[in-house]
Write a protein that binds this ligand. Structure first.
Ligand code: PEP
Ligand code: MG
Length: 323
């Protein structure tokens, strides 16, 4: 399939009306990086940092992490890489952490909640990231932010680590973008000030969807029960898009849906202009964007809802089928 889309690799993901969408890739291992070139991705929109913690019998050392992150940035060769700080706890059990007995681990002590309660590991990871950057522009985002205060607390930790590194004589990035992952509906209703304070927001659709519809993403019985192209979910996304537009906050979508062509085109039509996905999805998504007119698709979506369709999938599918 990659081969079929190879011709598109160096072409922009631009629709017929001239609007451009940035297609980035998700990664979590050094071995993922060669795909950056094979796929023609504009960068790494989500670098998940859990794997190095999950596959060890002890907390990885700062030096090893810094070396890995530096290699990732070297391989990206100036293309942006968005590093997400550790999203562990609960279901992603690390061998050296005391297992938590939680009835609902997905809603439990995980991600930034662990990072803020036990900031030692978070601080170490942030040091490793800044050292890896060695002055290069960097983007760092925090997972599972449910309230602005969590973002501010995490950002304070990062600023303090940066200032301390500078005091130690290390080169720190002049351009450090700090973002929040929007994975709980609550952030959609946060203050304007919060939106203005985020350099960027990345929608973690896998988690967001499970909390929006109250449907466990790990539970086979319910995980496919609710459609991303439900008008209610799209209305929620539009709210976020509009708010980011007002505060000029960069917005991206990095859940699995970003790599599903019908979903990806819908997000782009609604105004999400950065999508981060598995590398193999970039070709198919780009192929469709180049054949579509996002303004038209937006109208198709709006008309379907005006007619009372609560699911816009049939309308989008039929538009795309006729391209
Ligand atoms: C998400 O929740 O959509 C996401 C990108 O993060 P993860 O899948 O790692 O939870
Ligand atoms: Mg998530």
């Amino acid at each position: 399939a990659q081969k079929r889309y190879a011709d598109l690799r160096d072409l922009p993901a631009q629709d017929l009306s001239g609007q451009e969408v940035s297609l980035m890739m998700n990664a979590g291992l050094m071995a993922d990086l060669p795909s950056l070139y094979g796929s023609g991705a504009d960068g790494v929109g989500l670098f998940r940092t859990e794997l190095q913690f999950l596959t060890r019998t002890r907390v990885p050392r700062r030096g090893e992490l810094a070396a890995l992150y530096a290699r990732v940035m070297d391989a990206a060769d100036g293309k942006p890489v968005v590093f997400r700080t550790l999203d562990i706890g609960s279901d992603k059990v690390v061998p050296y952490m005391k297992p938590q007995d939680e009835p609902n681990p997905a809603m439990g002590w995980r991600a930034i909640r662990v990072g803020l309660d036990k900031p030692g590991v978070l601080r170490m990871q942030l040091q490793a990231l800044l050292r890896a950057g060695n002055g290069r522009p960097m983007s760092i985002m925090f997972p599972f932010i449910a309230r602005p205060e969590e973002f501010y607390a995490a950002r304070d930790i990062l600023w303090r680590v940066r200032d301390r590194e500078a005091q130690l004589g290390r080169t720190v990035p002049e351009e450090l973008k700090i973002g929040a992952m929007l994975e709980t509906p609550s952030l959609g209703f946060a203050t304007d000030q919060f939106y203005a304070d985020c350099d960027f927001i990345s929608i973690g659709g896998n988690d967001l969807k499970q909390f929006f519809f109250a449907a466990d993403r790990e539970n086979e019985r319910v995980r496919r029960r609710y459609d991303t192209l439900d008008s209610a979910f799209l209305t929620f996304l539009e709210r976020i898009i509009a708010r980011c537009a007002v505060s000029k906050t960069q917005l991206s979508f990095c859940g699995e849906d970003a790599g599903r062509p019908i979903e990806a085109l819908t997000f782009a039509a609604l105004g999400i202009r950065t999508l981060s996905m598995r590398p193999a999805s970039i070709g198919p998504v780009k192929h469709l964007i180049r054949r579509a007119n996002l303004n038209e698709l937006r109208q198709v979506i709006q008309s379907a809802r005006n007619e009372g369709q609560n699911l816009v999938r049939p309308a989008v599918t039929s538009y795309l089928a006729h391209l």
